[in-house]
Design a protein around this ligand. Structure first.
Ligand code: DX5
Ligand code: ZN
Length: 235
């Protein structure tokens, strides 16, 4: 499976998120990672569905201004894949809002107590891809029963809530376990890592089976965004 880099907008400019999203698209990347926090499941707040909807509008405007006024085809081709990571205690209450706002994939955590299987099915019924997320202290076994029905598994490589933390190397074993199950069962989901990912961490995670790399700080602070993107996507 080819490597994908999904820059996390959390590390972008919060007074100009559309401009930060445009930087991602400008270096040829198709995925954008959107971190949604509720101040309850994680001790921080970020943004909500209105922000996604506004980013979608800005993206369309941006595409129109770079193409002829009638060229809808090119406008659609430029659509960024919104990889939406819900760090919420009650994600099931917000699925419709994020789908309507333009999410392409919605990932929900296994740790809070709600009906995970129903929520994943609802995400699919809303026309989005679905993902299940594990915190660093959550073992791979906790999501084993859901793995036949997901499009992505997200392994947190830091405790979620804040950008700029250090990668936890102990998560490499969890990646190997999940990748092993994926191979044994012929599953096709993507295996994503999130937290403290720079080029060397992405490379170690790739060797352990990951194929999708979230990077906030390492992307937006890179001296050459295009070079960083090319390096990660060629892993
Ligand atoms: C952490 C978020 C991450 C975060 C990653 O709670 O889920 O997506 O933005 O940021 P870096 O890459 O700076 O660790
Ligand atoms: Zn995230």
């Amino acid at each position: 499976m080819p490597s994908i880099l999904a820059p996390s907008l959390l590390a972008g400019d919060h007074a100009g998120l559309a401009a930060s999203a445009a930087q991602v698209a400008a270096v040829g990347l198709h995925w954008l990672h959107l971190d949604i926090m509720d101040g309850h499941f994680v001790p921080n707040l970020s943004f909500g569905p209105e922000t996604l909807a506004a980013l979608r509008r800005a993206e369309k405007e941006n595409a129109r201004s770079h193409t002829s006024p009638t060229s809808e085809l090119q406008v659609n081709e430029s659509k960024t894949f919104f990889d939406t990571h819900l760090m919420l205690s009650e994600p099931q209450r917000y699925l419709k809002a994020f789908a309507a706002a333009g999410a392409d994939l919605i990932s929900i955590h296994i740790e809070p107590d709600y009906d995970h299987a129903s929520a994943l099915a609802e995400i699919r019924s809303l026309g989005c891809q679905c993902g299940i997320v594990l915190n660093p202290d959550t073992p791979a076994e906790a999501v084993r029963h859901l793995l036949a029905d997901v499009d992505l598994v997200l392994v947190m490589t830091v405790q979620p809530g804040f950008g700029g933390q250090s990668f936890r190397p102990a998560m490499l074993e969890k990646l190997k376990t999940l990748d092993g199950w994926r191979r044994e069962n012929g599953w096709q989901w993507r295996l994503e890592v999130d937290g403290g990912i720079g080029l060397s961490e992405a490379s170690a995670c790739r060797a352990a089976g990951a194929d999708t790399f979230v990077a906030g700080t390492a992307f937006f602070k890179a001296p050459d965004l295009a070079a960083f993107a090319r390096s990660v996507e060629s892993l």
